[in-house]
Design a protein around this ligand. Sequence first.
Ligand SMILES: Nc1ncnc2c1ncn2[C@@H]1O[C@H](COP(=O)(O)OP(=O)(O)OP(=O)(O)O)[C@@H](O)[C@H]1O
Ligand SMILES: [Mg+2]
Length: 357
Amino acid sequence: MLPNRSPQRETMSEVTEAEVLQALRAVQDPDLHKDVVSLGFVKDVKICGPAVKFTLELTTPACPVKDQLKEQARQAVAALDGVETVNVNLTAQVKSSLGPSDLLGDRVRNVIAVTSGKGGVGKSTCAVNLAVALARQGAKVGLLDADVYGPNVPIMMGIEGRPSPGTNQKIAPKEAHGVKTMSIGYMVEDGTPVMWRGPMLHRALEQFLQDVDWGELDYLLVDMPPGTGDAQISLAQLVPMTGAVVVTMPQEVSLTDVRRAIAMCQQVKCEILGVIENMSGEVFGRGGGHKTAEAFGVPLLGEVELDPKIRAGGDRGEPITISDPDTEAGRRFAHIAGQMAAKVATRQIQSLPVLEV
Ligand SMILES: Nc1ncnc2c1ncn2[C@@H]1O[C@H](COP(=O)(O)OP(=O)(O)OP(=O)(O)O)[C@@H](O)[C@H]1O
Ligand SMILES: [Mg+2]
């Protein structure tokens, strides 16, 4: 029915909620391939004469296309007859992809390991920068340093000192740049070699998960130690995992190292969310990440170039995502964080029964 726009009419007919929802069905989430109404993103539609207000609740505050979705939703409703102003309130609710965990309870929604097939490729650098990038977008983020042999999180996040007691007789995580962290580095003297065997490592990880007052977290990132051994197995045994991100370097032509990392993830039934190519550029070349992703049928989340500023930021405890977010490298990390968050959301949505409304 066409609304009567005749000037003689005293009041123009108000648009209905059904019409607003129908218009919003034209707005598709490009990652989830469904419209925002079917996805249940549209909430609190309020119509007051020619003014329409509603909330668009996305699955992650780091959604790479959030501004685009908001604008499309605004335009779709603004095009309706009888609508003059549209107010879109953008929010996000990260869903849990985990079953309840004995160690973590139900307040940690996603656990993501940052791993690789070999040492020194930039796992810690990526873990730290992704954590900070997610937090900057408004997500609640934790970062667990699972490298008990060579913990780097304290230096890279610029955190010193011992953790203090928290609530519930737990340890309070130490926070910097909007991220809650825990590392064995807070407990040992500088330079003290940590020589632990498997069972002790397992116990340490268990304590970090169970005895730390993580509170509510959208994402708990875990910086894995080099190699594909005890820590990976322990972590997978201790908590349900959302997935792993595999960091590679561009020149990994043989793919052997990555194959090992991916095989380990498969062995412990941990899904690969994607691959990051780190240190690409003139020195090490480009394309290894792409090749790896293609060879293993996993997504390439993005590439980060070799940039002395990234190393310097890590050394002084100011990740580039906080010190220089608008540089190419800062933007790359933010992009990868968004891609990763979108993969987590996709995985979560796809595991739900489809509700046809
Ligand atoms: N994109 C980059 N550009 C410049 N330097 C980088 C980059 N990524 C990492 N680095 C530097 O390379 C070194 C190794 O990185 P990092 O410690 O993150 O690797 P890792 O995989 O965690 O190592 P390990 O296996 O020992 O835990 C660090 O000095 C870091 O600052
Ligand atoms: Mg490391």
